[in-house]
Design a protein around this ligand. Structure first.
Ligand SMILES: *[C@@H]1O[C@H](CO)[C@@H](O)[C@H](O)[C@H]1NC(C)=O
Ligand SMILES: *[C@@H]1O[C@H](CO)[C@@H](O)[C@H](O)[C@H]1NC(C)=O
Ligand SMILES: *[C@@H]1O[C@H](CO)[C@@H](O)[C@H](O)[C@H]1NC(C)=O
Ligand SMILES: *[C@@H]1O[C@H](CO)[C@@H](O)[C@H](O)[C@H]1NC(C)=O
Length: 261
């Protein structure tokens, strides 16, 4: 009898140990550049975002997050430029996510919303092809494209919820997001080989495009920014799915905050 109890106790101990070890091993250790906030203040979230950006942009392999700078665009982007010009952009590469600086990051817990006000310097490179007319010239050409954007301001609103995983651990889940970018920023566009055989005409056309920089930024930068932000949101979701709420936040969550997936 005593022996049976002893065996049972051992079995129990082993089981408990297994569960603990099992659970402990399931938590992916939080990278040291993630500094959880103990309060819901703008100061803390802004600082934590500033601290997190360089490390997240370098990539977190254990969370399935690749390096984000440069970001390679895996699809073609088609845009309509001023006048009647259709431009396709391919083999695109966006550099500069590591330059992003948060001006203000706020949590509005009652609305389940985070708001990020950030600014970044971007360089976008790739190949373009163009079909259409600019000024008096018909264009049917292709070449390399480079666009530099300074101080691109972005206001990103992320709607989240917290759901429980199969171990009962809470995780943020992004419900939806939207963003606004102000294109009142400084921009320089360079397209090689724009007008075949005439560097002078090419330069003139570029001048026209560059003097409409807000429009070009919206038309050209817009779809690329759409891509980059969608990509960043996918990465952020992977981050949230890897790390539990309790790992990345020191603000306790009451039961009412958990929602069904
Ligand atoms: C992207 O555009 C290039 C050049 O126009 C073309 O060769 C390629 O097939 C396109 N790729 C996709 C995925 O549409
Ligand atoms: C963006 O570029 C400008 C001009 O080179 C520089 O002064 C500024 O510090 C850069 N901003 C960031 C966020 O890197
Ligand atoms: C555009 O890029 C080409 C090739 O890199 C360079 O030779 C040219 O000077 C650039 N033009 C402008 C206006 O920056
Ligand atoms: C983000 O993820 C969604 C869903 O998996 C996917 O359809 C979309 O293409 C991704 N966005 C980017 C920019 O990779």
């Amino acid at each position: 009898m005593a022996r049976a109890i002893e065996m049972l106790a051992n079995l129990l101990a082993v089981t408990v140990l297994c569960i603990c070890v099992h659970n402990t091993f399931q938590l992916v250790p939080l990278p040291d550049f993630i500094h959880p906030c103990g309060e819901l203040t703008d100061e803390c979230f802004t600082q934590a975002t500033l601290d997190a950006i360089p490390g997240v942009v370098r990539g977190i392999p254990e969370a399935g997050i690749p390096s984000l700078d440069p970001l390679y665009l895996d699809r073609n982007i088609t845009m309509n430029l001023p006048g009647n010009v259709k431009m396709t952009f391919h083999n695109g590469k966006l550099s500069g996510l590591r330059t992003c600086v948060p001006d203000k990051v706020s949590s509005h817990r009652e609305k389940r919303t985070f708001i990020f006000d950030i600014h970044c310097n971007f360089t976008i490179k790739g190949h373009y092809s163009i079909l259409g007319r600019i000024l008096l010239f018909s264009l049917d050409t292709e070449g390399s494209a480079k666009i530099k954007i300074w101080n691109q301001h972005i206001r990103l609103e992320v709607l989240e919820k917290v759901v429980k995983d199969k171990n009962g651990e809470g995780h943020y889940k992004i419900n939806s997001y939207k963003y606004k970018a102000d294109y009142g920023t400084d921009l320089k566009l360079n397209l090689t080989n724009l007008f075949r055989g005439s560097p002078q005409i090419s330069a003139n056309i570029l001048d026209v495009l560059n003097s409409n920089s807000q429009l070009v930024a919206a038309e050209f930068g817009g779809p690329i920014l759409d891509y980059a932000i969608d990509y960043a949101m996918n990465v952020t979701q992977r981050f949230f799915s890897t790390y539990t709420y309790d790992q990345i936040s020191k603000v306790p969550l009451t039961e009412e905050f958990f929602e069904d997936d």
